[in-house]
Design a protein around this ligand. Structure first.
Ligand SMILES: [Zn+2]
Length: 527
């Protein structure tokens, strides 16, 4: 009788039981997200797919937390209108599905004054984290909203976070309304000690730093075994550094949530923490969340209300123009080529010899195919970019350009899209000495750039001023910041349209502007 009753109770419980108690925590990590909707014509990434993933994990009984590695308020077409409030709205939606914790990236401080940040923080329902920087906006509620040595409970455990942001010396933004502590390692260690004093079960890092800096910080695990993993941002393609007894796992996702990470942390008596991380590709196989789509549609409607001309056709692409971040930050892009070609003609006193632009300026993260819409131009340039023309010698140019090929790993915002020359690079050589050949065109054929000859060069003002690590010589006269790149490109497309021509050409593998030496490509340029 007792047994039957127990069976009955058990059956009853399982029939109408709520989802089982969370087995463990799953952290869903994303970073560097600029769009309310998906990219690559809707086929990749987007918060809608993140929400679907989160809900699936919750259905499996996981206690899900969303981590964001920074760079979300700017830059984008929408940010020019709403200063990131559209992303805050999206984050608030996700935060209601599973709590979201974010560290600031450098782009959160793109504006010179604090007003827009104040508005964004006040509108935020998710938590802002930061241990090596403080807001000094003058608004006490906002300045106090930044969490230090942050802890939260998940799956019955206490989790502590240290959160670090790129210092201005490393490419971060310097602002009056922001103060930094300069030593990442010291701040991380102090924060971990403070978290351990609060009795946390595990420690995680949420950062917006260069990958090599995260890998350094991960070694703190040797001293602080509770350090489980570090999730980061700033780079736009996935990164992974495996964990060991002496190093914590480090991961970063792809921009715009094209690829995110799911990190399972499980607990049992014998082994307190088990960590397993996996990359999740958010492509067409992951459905949009219908509830999130209402929010996405709302922002789309608002955008079209402000810019009714956005979907107007301004020209035609002869071939698909590849402006995905995975392309413009790593290799020759035909959209990058078209833009750099326009740059050389930006000033009235004749076409410049050379031009280049950092791939990180091109923000659309999409293909442009067939009809070119005004929106494609608007999304390519998430911020205004004014050009300068100067002169320098071939030898100086070679030194300047080396900065574009420094460092390791995929996705470099400083990777150049070029015009007026071609360049061959060996990444096995030391940074600063990687250009094997840098050639300029002759009437027929090419020749190595002449070290002591002067060439004219057009670059964005940002690069002229030393942005992205480019050190352009300032001894010779340069124009003041002039021609706005967005309108220059639009002009080029409209001019072609007026003549009934299409724009763009495929990247020509037999005549590339950028070549990289490898085991099966041992020689620069076949012709
Ligand atoms: Zn960044």
């Amino acid at each position: 009788m007792k047994r039957i009753l127990l069976l009955f109770v058990a059956t009853f419980l399982s029939a109408c039981a709520p989802p089982p108690d969370p087995a463990g925590i799953t952290f869903v990590h994303l970073n560097d997200t600029y769009r309310v909707g998906a990219v690559e014509d809707g086929n990749a990434g987007g918060f809608s797919r993140v929400v679907t993933l989160v809900r699936e994990l919750q259905d499996e009984g996981r206690d899900v937390r969303i981590l964001h590695g920074g760079d979300f308020l700017y830059p984008s077409l929408e940010s020019q209108l709403w200063n990131g409030l559209q992303i805050v709205d999206a984050f608030n939606f996700m935060d209601a599905v599973a709590p979201l914790y974010a560290v600031s990236g450098n782009h959160e401080f793109d504006r010179r004054g604090p007003e827009q940040l104040i508005a964004a923080v006040r509108a935020s329902e998710f938590d802002w984290l930061g241990d090596n920087y403080t807001f000094r906006t003058g608004a006490a509620d906002v300045d106090e909203a930044l969490n230090r040595a942050f802890t939260f409970e998940a799956a019955g455990r206490k989790v502590g976070v240290f959160a670090l942001l790129l210092h201005p010396d490393d490419g971060g933004n310097e602002r009056d309304y922001l103060a930094y502590d300069d030593d990442y390692l010291v701040v991380a260690e102090d924060t971990i000690k403070a978290l351990e004093a609060k009795g946390v079960d595990l420690v995680i890092g949420v950062t917006h730093l260069h990958m090599w800096q995260d890998v350094e910080l991960a070694k703190l695990k040797a001293k602080y075994p509770k350090l489980a993993f570090i999730v980061g941002g700033h780079e736009h393609e996935p990164e992974h550094s495996p964990g060991s007894d002496t190093a914590a796992v480090v991961v970063k996702g792809a921009s715009n949530a094209r690829i995110v990470w799911a990190i399972d942390v499980d607990f049992d008596e014998a082994e307190p923490v088990r960590i397993s991380e996996r990359k999740v590709v958010l492509d067409r196989s992951v459905a949009f969340d219908p509830e999130y789509e209402v929010l996405a549609d709302k922002w789309r409607a608002r955008l079209l209300e402000k810019f009714p001309f956005l979907e107007a056709r301004v020209g035609t692409a002869a071939v698909p123009m590849d402006s995905r971040e995975v392309t413009v930050r790593n290799k020759e892009s035909n959209w990058g080529n078209f833009i750099a070609d326009q740059m050389r003609g930006a000033f009235r006193d004749g076409t410049a010899d050379l031009a280049f632009i950092n791939g990180g300026t091109l923000r659309i993260d999409d293909f442009i195919e067939g009809d070119i819409l005004f929106e494609d131009i608007g999304r390519t340039f998430g911020f205004s970019s004014y050009l300068r023309k100067t002169t320098l010698t071939g030898g100086e140019f070679r030194t300047v350009l080396e900065a574009g090929y420094r460092g390791a790993g995929p996705s470099k915002g400083y990777f150049p899209q070029v015009s007026g020359f071609r360049v061959c690079v060996d990444r096995n050589r030391d940074s600063g000495d990687r250009i094997v050949s840098l050639q300029v065109p002759l009437e027929e054929g090419w020749q190595e750039i002449v070290a002591d000859k002067e060439y004219s060069l057009v670059v964005p003002d940002y690069l002229y001023r030393g942005g992205d690590g480019y050190d352009v010589p300032k001894e010779r006269p340069a124009t003041p910041p002039g021609s706005e790149l967005k309108y220059l490109v639009l002009d080029g497309i409209l001019a072609a349209q007026a003549k009934g021509e299409q724009i763009g050409a495929p990247v020509d593998p037999t005549n590339p502007r950028f070549e990289q030496l490898s085991e099966d490509n041992e020689r620069c340029f076949d012709n």
